[in-house]
Design a protein around this ligand. Structure first.
Ligand code: FAD
Length: 490
């Protein structure tokens, strides 16, 4: 690692990697990843990427309309137009770059259908699209001589230099390093790990959002959080819940309650194919009605070979958990899945702090509105990270890459250890106040507790560690979410 780069990208998910790919060889870029480079929400994406590619049967207006309906018309229309009209060329670019999307024998992309989409417009690689995209992007970025990638390195501080640009504190096994760049792109992903049950990977702790917030960046709609009805519910009640994709219901799977009966149609005429937030709420209602929290997804009536071929990854994952989904019902329960809000950005990924950019799930472009349409998030990560990189390239051409003026002030790894149990306490609070359904009265009651935890974790006497960063992020995210819930209810 050097002490100065032109651009620091925090995150090696699809948004960070695609941004890194845009920079020419004269621009020095550092890509930082908290854990292994491929451990991210991007790698977990199953369904695919939505884009209007078959213009005989689809068009931009339909994609926009579908996204608006899913988002409750709370979407930012100008950002959405950018997403939908520019997205197809980014998906084709991925294919050109070697991403193996499923295609027919003539080489045409096989576009599939997902809930909420009125046309077949999802490009995919079996049921592991994200893993395939990350694999290829990582390979390509690794070949770029101007890009350095570091894994197992955590951004532990972010501060402005008085001459412009940012000092980033990066912590690895050897200590804390101060690194400067005039431009920083945050591609740090979502906040799933602040919740008790989530489909998100271990890195989704809201660090980028928290550091941007502490720097004064505008955060918007952090309470717009998507819950998925069918997270695999393991016997050991562990936090990470493997996603059983909507596509399984799309192929005919039905939901059953603890008594083995179907129930979704008793609440909504669309049955199992109702949007994910609706089905999640129905499950909670049914749990209340029966007083039983066991729920199942049943696809045993479909042909076993078809199920194994259509969902190889889900089939294998279920088998690892002792469930053969071709013969047995899959235990499921709603789980936190995606963040629609985040660090507010314009259509060039610019936050309200000059020089600071945010892309992908940590950002709020406004394209999703209140609820994300399936497979629009990888598209958002591609389109807006490319745009952010382009904007930075222009700025570098005009202004060059100035050196810092200040000496960096880094957090100290010396001090007393963090008290254990803080993150668990925060997860419990969010579970009570903001899990599928909101409980604003509880939020009002619990907010002072969160404020006290914030005070505790920001005490300078605590030694800097990855745990401290994540505890700060959890407390800050919970504070913003509950405050928004309370404000929205007034
Ligand atoms: C199970 C699952 C299935 C999904 N399926 C789909 C789908 O089919 N289609 C779709 O469009 N979307 C899907 N999504 C959503 C989509 O995958 C994500 O929104 C998107 O990939 C996010 O990409 P990202 O680059 O913003 O963040 P991530 O891919 O999550 O990457 C975040 C990066 O930031 C790094 N990072 C975080 N904090 C720090 C720190 N403090 N220091 C250093 N590095 C840090 C991490 O190490 C990681 O490299 C799915 C999500 C999940 C969880």
């Amino acid at each position: 690692m050097k002490q100065k780069y032109d651009v620091i990208i925090v995150g090696s998910g699809v948004s960070g990697l695609y941004a890194a790919l845009q920079f020419s060889e004269d621009i020095h870029v550092l890509v930082v990843s908290k854990r292994e480079l491929s451990l991210s929400n991007s790698s977990l994406a199953q369904g695919g990427v939505a884009a209007v590619l078959d213009t005989d049967h689809d068009n931009f207006k339909l994609h926009i309309a579908d996204t608006l309906i899913a988002g409750g018309y709370k979407n930012d229309l100008s950002a959405l137009e950018v997403l939908v009209t520019e997205g197809p060329s980014d998906v084709l670019k991925l294919r050109e770059l070697g991403v193996k999307f499923d295609s027919d024998s003539d080489g045409n992309l096989q576009m599939t259908l997902e809930g909420g989409h009125s046309r077949h417009r999802i490009a995919h690689h079996k049921d592991s699209t994200g893993r395939e995209i990350v694999r290829q992007l990582l390979e390509l970025v690794a070949q770029k001589p101007n890009v350095e990638m570091v894994d197992n390195t955590t951004m532990c501080s972010l501060s402005k230099d008085s001459g412009g640009g940012f000092w980033v504190g990066l912590m690895d096994d050897s200590g804390i390093h101060a690194v400067f760049a005039p431009y920083v792109i945050l591609g740090t992903g979502g906040i799933g790990r602040v919740f008790k049950y989530t489909t998100n990977s271990a890195i989704a702790t809201g660090d980028g959002i928290t550091m941007a917030y502490n720097l004064g960046a505008t955060i918007k709609n952090l309470s717009y959080i998507q819950f998925h009805p069918t997270g695999f519910a393991p016997k050991d009640a562990s936090r990470e819940r493997f996603l059983i994709s909507e596509a399984v219901r799309g192929e005919g799977a039905v939901l059953r309650n603890a008594e083995g009966n179907r129930f979704v149609e008793n609440y909504d005429y669309r049955g199992e194919l109702a949007p994910r937030d609706v089905v999640s709420r129905i499950i909670m209602q049914e749990e209340e009605r029966l007083g039983k929290s066991e729920f199942y997804l049943d696809i045993t009536h479909e042909d076993a070979d078809f199920v194994r071929n259509r969902f190889p990854m889900i089939y294998e994952k279920c088998l690892e958990e002792g469930i053969d989904m071709t013969k047995e019902w899959i235990p499921i329960y709603p789980t936190q899945h995606y963040l629609m809000g985040g660090i507010n950005v314009d259509t060039k990924g610019r936050t309200s702090v000059p020089g600071l950019y945010a892309v992908g799930e940590c950002s709020h472009t406004g394209i999703h509105g209140k609820n994300r349409l399936a497979s629009n998030s990888l598209l958002e990560a591609l389109v807006f990270s490319r745009r952010a990189a382009t904007d930075i390239i222009l700025n570098l051409c005009v202004n060059g890459s100035p050196a810092p003026k200040d000496e960096p002030v880094m957090p100290s790894a010396e001090g007393r250890p963090l008290r254990s149990g803080i993150r668990t306490a925060i997860r419990d609070i969010l579970q009570e106040c903001h899990f599928v359904r909101l409980n604003t009265e509880k939020a009002k009651e619990k907010l002072p507790e969160v404020e006290a935890l914030i005070k505790e974790v920001y005490d300078d006497g605590i030694a800097m560690s990855k745990d401290l960063i994540e505890a700060r992020s959890a407390a800050t995210v919970a504070y913003i979410v509950l405050s928004e819930d309370i404000a929205n209810a007034q």
